[in-house]
Design a protein. Sequence first.
Length: 374
Amino acid sequence: MELFNMVAPCLFGTESIAAGELRRMGIENIQVQNGRVLFSGDANILARANINSRFCERIYINVGEFEAESFEELFQGVKALEWERYIGKEDAFPVNGWSIDSALHSIPDCQKIVKKAMVERLKNKYSVSWFNETGCEYKIRFSILKNHVTLMIDTSGEPLHKRAYRRNSTEAPIKETLAASMCDLARIYPDTVIYDPFCGSGTILIEAALMATKTAPGLRRYFAAERFGFIDAHVWQSERLRATDLIQHNIDFKAYGSDIDPKAVELTLANAKKAGVEKYISVRQSDVADFKMQDGRTLVVTNPPYGERLLDLKQAEQLYKTMGQVFIKQDFKKYYIISPHDEFETFFGRKADKKRKLYNGMLKCQLFMYNGGK
């Protein structure tokens, strides 16, 4: 059984959430680092992580790591790695990457060196003088952080936050992985009732529904590694079957969305249908000033517009005041609101019971958590 070392990048602030999810998949040897989670496993684990990850951005195979402060050290370090273990003589292997706080700071030069070293290694292994690169594509990713080089192969293809249900969206939509992280922190169960009064494209509601039904977010999409020659096709078949068997049907979960924009209402319904969770989601056009929740245990999980996103700062602050008035503190009601505004609590009118730092892309935000009691 061939084992792979893997790297799963994730949004800053969600590392522990991503690690917990991987553990629930039966994955071991997990290490949490800033912005990523490291783990190891066989081909089934590689496929399982891709299909089931709600919080990871990609799954990479870690081919190797070394220190390099010169182009010669970079060349020799790359050449020493066992690329033939993965890449055949007909395969394509485009290279890209990044460098931070390192002696080798020219990205184009690093790309050329990595490519050249790989070609030299594979030429010797396959006894060929030229690579047509017409076969399967293996996207090579290098990272150089403080002169520490990591070489990886992307197994996901499109980023994992692209679930296949949201080809269309409203302006400045929340990333699916961030929406899923908010839902995880809010604790979604099969009988949860959730509201999002700024539903936009429906991302939070759909991610909550996928979570409640235990539907794997990648079940309806394709992954780059499905074409990799060293992974048998039956691995993907068995892992998709495993994920399908875990889905819970006929649960009591209910999601209610609203938005002042009628196009957002249409998009949410269309995206929910694509995701296969439309029966759990109800949406209507409404202003947040008219927001009300039904009796009983309910959650609000939402990403209101803010100054750097859709509204100017004054409009956003007025919106927070309105939210504070309609998001009433009472038993069995909880509110999870993400915002980058440092003074959100002041305008909302109450201090949050808890806060969690999260990043929406590179924008630092806080998830403000309000517990109504009981």
